[in-house]
Design a protein around this ligand. Sequence first.
Ligand SMILES: Nc1ncnc2c1ncn2[C@@H]1O[C@H](COP(=O)(O)OP(=O)(O)OP(=O)(O)O)[C@@H](O)[C@H]1O
Length: 471
Amino acid sequence: MSRLLRRVWGSVVARSPSASLYNDAAAEWQPGQGGPFDRLSPDIIYSIFKLLPAHDLVAASLVCKAWFSIISSSDALWHDLLVTKAGSAWPLVLFAETSLRALPPFITCEDGLHSFQHIYGARQQLPCSVIIDGGSGYCKYGWSNFDRPSGRFPTFLAYGNIENPMYNSLMDFFTTIYERLAAKPSLQPVVISTPICHYDETEVATAARRNLRHVTHKVLFSMGVKAICAVDQAVLALIAAKQTSGIVVNIGFQLTSVVPIRHGKIMRNAGVEVIGQGALQLTAHLCELMQQNGISFDNITIVKALKERLCYVAQDYDAELSRNTEATCILNNQGEFKLSHERFMACEIMFQPYLGGLRTMSLQQAVALCIEHCVQITDDVDIPWFNTIVLAGGSSSLPGLGERLKKELRKMLPHQISQNLTVISPTNGAELAWSGAKLLSNVSCFEETWCIKKKEFIKHGQKILDAKACS
Ligand SMILES: Nc1ncnc2c1ncn2[C@@H]1O[C@H](COP(=O)(O)OP(=O)(O)OP(=O)(O)O)[C@@H](O)[C@H]1O
């Protein structure tokens, strides 16, 4: 204790009076309640509290009214604890506790941010959630208190088209994940990503979306899951990039979707653009280029690994063709592979699809079209909510992709729009939706506001799904 007090004196003496963080609490300070500690000024008491961990602070708040008043009215104490606990993830936590709480239809706190003490307490009590991002190519699953998914498997091999699932195959899919995680469904909420499919506003697409949500909830509740949070994959990717409005370009397994989102809601009236190429076509094109150039390989898995290790997007395709771009990599048990122009030619089909024999829109055309539609439906062009473009999906990790897209868009869009465009490239695009789900599941009000409970589902059925659908 004496060492602690010496440290406290040091910091009190060093601090300028104007730097006081506890003004409100000090105003309420009433001497005579803290026993021998009365001889210490509130200034010193406060500095001691700043050194205590949360559970000791709670214990100290029970000692007397004065201490309770300092501890409960000083948000700075709890703010510091939250910052320390979150470490480098603090900006994400702050974003989650402010911006995500305000998203419709989940507005929980109309009068702004809850006290940091409240947030700290609620976050401490959050149950750990199961997170499942069931992509059409790969499923990523794990726990909300881990930084990354615990496992992944190729969905397309095991379950076929997960976007139009039958009850039994979905049951099999979720049961497999719970078994792999050794998780009991009834013990924690689950966050699932809903696929970017049935994207337009037609009656058929809307019905297919509703049906998918309904079957998914039915299966999970029949397994005994206590609460479900289902959010669109693109919205989750946007959240992971610390945004609630913007355009998500998800380079998926077989399709690329360009999804405009405003305040967490997919703007279907602006239109979701879909391009008929994704990660699979990039691998297939690299495969073709390697065959043409006499580079031998045993199977497509090697080509996929080479794509992930060596491929990149050229900033100037023609100039790149005249450069030496040779690079090698060693793959386990497969020896050394050397690629040259294949490294960037494989990716060029995103910008010049005809080079790969594809008759689809290019990436820049699809994004420019989406921006044009966003401009058309926006009354107040001074609030350009579509200025931020977030790249998502495994292939979005290709080096140079964000820069090239920005460059192409600059050529196509009016200066007034293009000058303010930001393109966010993730470090691990395949896990972006998973990371967004993790962020969401750790918001202090997560379970009460974002989840649908079994009782609610039984009582209200489709109505509650429609009311809480955020896309
Ligand atoms: N660093 C990387 N560079 C290039 N490609 C990568 C990289 N990492 C992963 N990929 C590719 O991303 C693909 C898988 O992407 P992802 O996991 O996002 O698909 P998905 O979620 O199943 O797609 P969908 O959005 O259609 O559901 C694989 O083909 C993989 O090769």
